[in-house]
Write a protein that binds this ligand. Sequence first.
Ligand code: A2P
Length: 339
Amino acid sequence: MRVAIVGATGAVGHELLQVLEKSSLRFDELLLYASPRSAGTALKFRGEDLTVQVTPEGAIDADLILASAGGSVSQALAPKWVEGGAVVIDNSSAFRYDPEVPLVVPEVNGPAALRHKGIIANPNCTTAIAVVAVAPLHREYGVRRMIVSTYQATSGAGQKGMDELLEETRTALGGGEAGAEVFAHPIPFNVIPHIDAFQANGYTKEEMKVVWETRKILEDESLQISCTAVRIPTLRTHSEAITLDLERPATPEAARELLAGAAGVEVRDDPAAKLYPMPLTASGKYDVEVGRIRPSLVFEGGLDLFVAGDQLLKGAALNAVQIAEYLQQQGALKEKQRA
Ligand code: A2P
C-alpha cells in the first residue's frame, strides 16, 4: 500500500506527517510532493528522511492520495490521480459541492465515504469542528436553526498566514507599522470580519461554506444556518460561538451528558473553575473542546455553546487520515494491481 501527500511542505502537510506517524493506517510507503520550490527538501517520517518531489502533471503511482495543495492543484490533477487508480482524499473546496463527491466527517457520516467514485472531500475546517459538536445534538433534539460566529486562527490561511502574524507582530512591537499581504488588513492586535471572497448576498464564501457543508454532512437541506466568520490573531485552533434553535427542548445538563459520550468531543465546561474551550488548550488536541453550554435566552429550549478545535487537525489533517482509516477498516481501501 502506497500513500502520497500532495502539499507535504504546507501547514496541513506538516500535520499530515505527524498524524500519519501515530495513525493505525497500514501502509508500506509514503511519497511526498509539493511545488518545484520545495523539490529536494527532506522531511522526517518515522525517523527516516523522505525527499519531497515535484508534483507531476499526471497520475501518481499511489493507492491513496492525501491532497492539500490548494483548490487549483486538486481541480486540475485529482481526476488524473483517480484515472490512475488512486483514492483521493481532498482537503480543498474544489469538489465539496459536487453531488457525486462525499463530504465526510467520520464520526458524523462515515458511511457516506463508502459511496465515493474516487474522490472524497474533507470539509472546510470551521464546518468540521462545528459538526462534531452539533451532530449529536441534531440527532437527539433536531436542530432547526443554527447561528455561528467564528474566531479563526491565522493558520487557516496556511503557513504564510502564521508567518504574517508573527512577522507583522514583531514589526508592530518594534514601533513600525504592521502590513498585510495574506490578510485584507494588518492582523496584529486586530480582528478581521473577512475570510475568503464576498458573495452577492453579502456573506463571505467562508461563511457560506459553513451553510452548504453543514447541510450536506448532516444530510438535511432544511437546516437554517447563518454564519459570521472572523480572523483573529492566534496561530492555530478555530473557536466558534454556536446558538441552536431545537425542535425538542434540551437542558444544558442533558446536552453535556450527551456530548460527553460523543466521539471526537471533549466537554470542557466548568466556568466556576475557569474551564471552557480555548485555543490555548485545544491546540494539538484531536478532540474538539465544547463548553459554555447554557440555555438560549432567545430560542426556548435551545442552547448556546462555545467550541474550540484545532483546525489543522480535526479541520484538516486528522479528519483526512480518519477517513482513510475508516475506509481501511471497512475493507474499502485496497492496494491496486501493479504490473
Ligand atoms: P511549496 O511549499 O513548495 O510551496 P500552505 O497551505 O501552508 O500554503 O501549503 C500549501 C502546500 O501546497 C505546500 O506544500 C505547497 O508547496 C503546495 N503547493 C502550492 N502550489 C503548488 C503547486 N502548484 N503544485 C504542487 N504543490 C503546490
